[in-house]
Design a protein around this ligand. Structure first.
Ligand code: KIV
Ligand code: ZN
Length: 386
């Protein structure tokens, strides 16, 4: 099996559709250029039929992006597919992503159709899309809650109709990893033409399991992961790109799994998306949160100063952050104070560490965080005393 994991970014579609206010065309292009620089393989640029603004931005992104495949979303309807074909047609190569729901609850309540009718609609849509491109992705919306027999039938029909990527979304973030893994492995065991398409996954984070479910799917053979920067997306969001990519890099490279992501661009991409989308990143968010590479307790700081990997499983540089942060608080020890004074240019013969440390702890108890200028002031007063 191919060990390359395709990274499909849907920040501009699933991510953007969840924002209180839409991004403008210029902002979307700025994000698309960042995603290209980051090295994502596929950029889902929008849903062209949904508004003239979305159509225009998908078209502009398709025109400007050269090093990633640009994709547009469509329901399994000819008018949606035509809008995709028209918007994306400015690019030499592009992907059309068409979808229809497959779970009983969606088929009966939302679509109000029979299962046979839904399969027919999917086949018709895929065949229609093939008039525009040979890169067609088909998604079984709410696959996570779809009966496995029907899911297998739909996936087989989609591949026979010409889908080159078949996406298995956990649309409402309902599955747990063991369950999602078994859905993917059932597909590989039961769908006869499965090797004719790439199996993709698209996990939502309603139970905080989007990354875990995506990883399990990869372990069972999926080779495309749909994700977003900072995990933005409908409700609790989508699988976060930075988390899944760094997990693959940190833990799965040994198994031979790779992505094309230039991980040193992750921090920059996260900041851009957060700013343009007005979606602050929580401080303790994995990989890109302000505290992801900061150490506070004296024991941890001492450990990191002795060997960075004592408390860091990846380097900050690997995700584009200059260096880690050692917060100076009442929990900090002597080692970090000496180290920080050294960074500020003061040698150990210029101060008495015990004295400085005693005043530092007193100040930290009152103030919380002690900054470099506080430390320099303590040093100055200490020098005045002697
Ligand atoms: O969550 C979902 O099912 C989707 C599909 C359109 C892929 O976003
Ligand atoms: Zn989604």
């Amino acid at each position: 099996m191919n060990n390359q994991v395709i990274i499909f970014d849907t920040s501009l579609r699933d991510g953007e559709q969840a924002l209180p206010a839409s991004l403008n065309v210029r902002e979307k292009l700025q994000i698309a250029l960042m995603l290209e620089r980051l090295g994502v393989d596929v950029i889902e640029a929008g849903f062209p039929v949904s508004s003239p603004g979305d159509f225009k931005s998908v078209q502009l992104i398709a025109k400007e992006i050269k090093n990633a495949r640009v994709c547009g979303l469509s329901r399994a309807l000819a008018k949606d597919i035509d809008a995709c074909g028209e918007a994306l047609g400015v690019a030499e190569a592009f992907r059309i992503h068409t979808f229809i729901a497959t779970s009983d609850i969606h088929v009966n309540t939302k679509l109000r159709k029979s299962q046979d009718e839904v399969v027919e609609m999917a086949i018709k849509a895929i065949k229609h899309a093939s008039k525009y491109t040979d890169d067609i992705e088909f998604s079984c919306e709410d696959a996570g809650r779809t009966h496995i027999d029907y899911l297998c039938r739909m996936v087989e029909a989609a591949i026979t109709a010409g889908a080159t990527t078949v996406n298995i979304p956990d649309t409402v973030g309902y599955t747990i990893p063991s369950e999602f893994g078994s859905i993917i492995s059932s597909l590989f065991n039961r769908v006869p033409n499965i090797d004719k398409a790439i199996i993709s996954v698209h996990c939502h984070n309603d139970l905080g399991l989007a990354v875990a479910n995506s990883l399990t799917a990869v372990e069972h053979g999926a080779r495309q992961i749909e994700c977003t920067i900072n995990g933005i997306g409908e409700r609790a969001g989508n699988c976060s790109l930075e988390e899944i990519v760094m997990t693959l890099k940190t833990r799965y490279q040994k198994l031979g799994l790779n992505t094309n992501i230039n991980t040193q661009e992750i921090h920059r991409a996260s900041k851009l998306v957060s700013q343009l989308c007005s979606m602050p990143v929580q401080a303790n968010k994995a990989i890109v949160g302000a505290n992801a590479f900061s150490h506070s307790s004296g024991i941890h700081q001492d450990g990191v100063l002795k060997g960075q990997n004592t408390y860091e499983i990846m380097t900050p540089e690997s995700v584009g952050i200059n260096k880690n942060v050692l917060n100076l608080t009442s929990r900090s020890g002597r080692h970090v104070i000496k180290h920080r004074l050294g960074e500020l240019g003061y040698g150990p013969d210029e101060y008495d560490l015990d004295n400085i440390y005693e005043s530092f702890v007193r100040l930290a108890d009152k103030k919380g965080q002690v900054f470099d200028y506080d430390l320099e002031a303590l040093l100055f007063f200490d020098q005045q005393k002697h």
